[in-house]
Ligand binder design. Structure first.
Ligand SMILES: [Zn+2]
Length: 214
């Protein structure tokens, strides 16, 4: 007599798979086991914070956002923390992607954590972005913009920020004490005068720089 095939009890989650663990916080499924990290730098000491457990998408997102955002403002205040904070933030990217890969949780038995605003919309990230933008605008952008070429015509005055015959010319008002030379057409160069590089001429004509008479 043939023995009937052995039937495993069918789980609602698929044949042969163990029932998934519910979220430690709210009891919903699905949930994933992961570690969310935070870091606090405290000048002379530092604290590594971890939340390890099985979290659903909603509760996990809330933990990730809170701990990442807290790290963004608490994480930098120490010499070692300057290195530990970015590592913490980087490690949280893995936890975040595991949590975000979950479908929407169902069947929670207890209240879920509120996910709240995304990290980039919270104050610590906004302050850091603001500081970076100000730094960029102050130190980087001015170096990228080529300084406007100075162009002279006869009768203008200026000064040379380099040593003649090098020329790094800047226009200065003729009545200014900073004016070092005045310009005439190029044919009128003599003695102590210098011919100005043609690039400085608005009309691409030769110009001659005469020392100001003090
Ligand atoms: Zn949950």
């Amino acid at each position: 007599m043939a023995t009937p095939p052995h039937h495993q009890p069918l789980s609602p989650y698929g044949f042969g798979r163990p029932a998934p663990s519910p979220c430690d916080i709210c009891g919903a499924i699905p949930a994933v086991h992961t570690v969310v990290r935070g870091h606090q730098g405290l000048v002379v000491t530092l604290r590594f914070l971890t939340e390890e457990g099985t979290f659903c998408r909603t509760c996990g997102t809330s933990l990730y956002r809170k701990m990442t955002s807290d790290t963004l403002w608490q994480g930098w205040w120490g010499l070692l923390s300057v290195f530990a904070a970015p590592v913490t933030l980087f490690m949280n990217i893995g936890a975040r992607s595991r949590i975000r890969a979950l479908p929407h949780p169902v069947g929670n038995l207890r209240p879920q954590l509120a996910p709240g605003r995304r990290v980039l919309a919270r104050l610590p990230a906004l302050v850091i972005i603001g500081v970076l933008l100000v730094g960029l605008g102050t130190f980087v952008v001015p170096r990228l913009i080529p300084s406007a070429p100075v162009s002279f015509t006869a009768g203008d005055c200026g000064r040379n920020n380099a040593e003649w015959p090098e020329q790094d010319l800047e226009e200065v008002g003729c009545s200014s004490a900073e004016a070092e030379f005045w310009l005439s057409d190029g044919e009128k160069c003599w003695g102590m005068d210098w011919l100005v590089h043609i690039d400085y001429s608005a009309e691409l004509k030769s110009l001659c720089a005469h020392p100001m008479k003090k």
